[in-house]
Design a protein around this ligand. Structure first.
Ligand code: AMP
Ligand code: GLY
Length: 423
């Protein structure tokens, strides 16, 4: 098989690393990829939303399957684009069609989906600029903190949580009337604050059957103790220690099953990953969000724990036979620590030479924002490189990740030293 992966982060490097272990793989391409994917696949300088160039490349190079890493091309309808093209329609795309991708593309759509299918989530109402006043009134019925969510994709910044009612009203106005997040906040979902601990569950579905993949917990804030600005994710752990059998049973029965069945009932074709962001409130799991892809850096801890051949799993997704496969998991714990550029998630410089990669032998190195310049690996983004390790528990795995992170150096390198602090 010739396979094309779309994307350029640590997630895509981890997918490439896993696919590369398959005997079924002939040629692996990544568009656009990074310095890590360049070592195990052929990087193609095509953007993930440039469907016409992707089409030309796929046909010219006899690509047999396309794996979509980030949400953007899915929300923009890349899967539908393939299905609507006579030359492309037989080539499987892993990732949902546009309508189903709206689960991530619109918070309001996701909330309505959960209501329709009785999936536990926070109480909410949604507002536009024509009913700001009603929004204020709804805020007055809630207890602080107040959770305001821009409906559309806002590069992970569209959720604002405020303690003060007046501030919440001002923010609502800024989002709806002053278009703080552009058209992404022309609708705002206000919801009840859920107090609990977060975890993520990943599901692979062929539209009918599904497999619940390993759980993971990521650490989104830049600062230790979960302080400071949100990032894409500074580290992750799998499995989540508190996700015991009882909780997982509830998650599967109350959330995963109704989600997959709901997609089918609503006629929303879905072949790909579902990333369910959850909060455990007391003993009960509730959904905070759906993403229509794998997480980053969660993928860097989830995929190393899956023993199955990933090409075979994707083939089963494509032809609707996931029920014929058994998922085999590595029982060990994996942890990943993300190194980032100095200044991230604010302004940062790129092009810093990365040293010490080759001295890491007992961890997996997944490149995120890296590129090759004059034969050297240099930084090329905010999140630079994730160091994944195995252990009997998360503490022993983290020890190895941190030992190896210390071997890496580039100007301005930063990372969180307290991954797992809350467990
Ligand atoms: P989202 O973009 O929906 O994942 O939201 C970003 C973050 O905001 C989540 O990871 C949670 O930490 C937090 N969050 C979102 N919704 C709620 C809620 N209803 N209650 C408490 N925290 C929330
Ligand atoms: N790490 C969170 C995400 O991928 O959305």
């Amino acid at each position: 098989m010739n396979i094309l992966i779309l994307g350029s982060g640590g997630r895509e490097h981890a997918i490439a690393w896993k696919l590369n272990q398959s005997k079924k793989l002939q040629q692996l391409y990544v568009a656009p990829g990074n310095a890590g994917t360049a070592q195990i696949a052929k990087n193609i300088p095509i953007g993930v939303n440039d469907f016409a160039s992707i089409r030309a490349f796929v046909l010219e190079n006899e690509v047999n399957m396309v794996i979509v890493g980030p949400e953007d091309p899915l929300v923009n309808g890349i899967h539908d684009y393939f299905l609507e093209d006579n030359d492309l329609k037989a080539i499987p795309v892993i990732g949902p069609q546009k309508m189903a991708a709206t689960l991530e593309g619109s918070k309001e759509f996701a909330k309505e989906f959960m209501m329709r299918h009785d999936i536990p989530t926070a109480r909410y109402e949604s507002f536009t600029s024509v009913n700001v006043e009603e929004g204020y009134k709804f805020l007055e019925t809630l207890n602080p903190p107040y959770v305001l969510k821009a409906d559309g994709l806002a590069a992970g910044k569209g959720v604002v949580i405020l303690n003060n009612l007046e501030e919440a009203k001002t923010e609502l106005r800024a989002m709806l009337v002053d278009e703080k997040f552009g058209s992404a906040s022309s609708t705002v979902v206000i919801e009840e604050f859920l107090d609990g601990i977060e975890l993520s569950v990943f599901v692979l579905t062929d539209g009918t059957n599904y497999k619940v993949l390993p759980t993971a917990k990521d650490y989104k804030r830049i600062g230790e103790g979960d302080t400071g600005l949100n990032t894409g994710g500074m580290g992750a752990i799998s499995p989540v220690p508190f996700a015991d059998e009882t909780l997982m049973h509830k998650i599967e029965q109350q959330i995963v099953k109704p989600t997959v069945e709901g997609l089918k009932r609503d006629n929303l074709p879905y072949k790909g990953f579902i990333f369910i962001g959850l909060i455990k409130v007391g003993e009960e799991p509730k959904v905070i969000e759906y993403n229509v892809r794998l997480g980053d850096p969660e993928t860097e801890v989830v995929l190393p724990r899956i023993k199955n051949d990933l090409v075979s799993l994707f083939q089963a997704v494509a032809n609707g036979s996931l029920d014929k496969l058994d998922l085999e998991l590595d029982e060990r714990t994996t942890t990943t620590v993300m190194t980032v550029s100095g200044g991230y998630p604010g302004n940062y410089e790129k092009g810093k030479k990365i040293k010490g990669i080759e001295s890491i032998t007992d961890s997996l190195v997944f490149h995120a924002g890296t590129t090759l310049k004059d034969g050297s690996v240099v930084t090329n983004g905010g999140r630079v490189m994730a160091i994944t390790s195995f252990g009997t528990d998360f503490k022993s795995a983290l020890k190895i990740s941190y030992k190896n992170v210390e071997k890496l150096s580039f100007e301005g390198i930063n990372y969180r030293k307290d991954i797992g602090f809350d467990l």
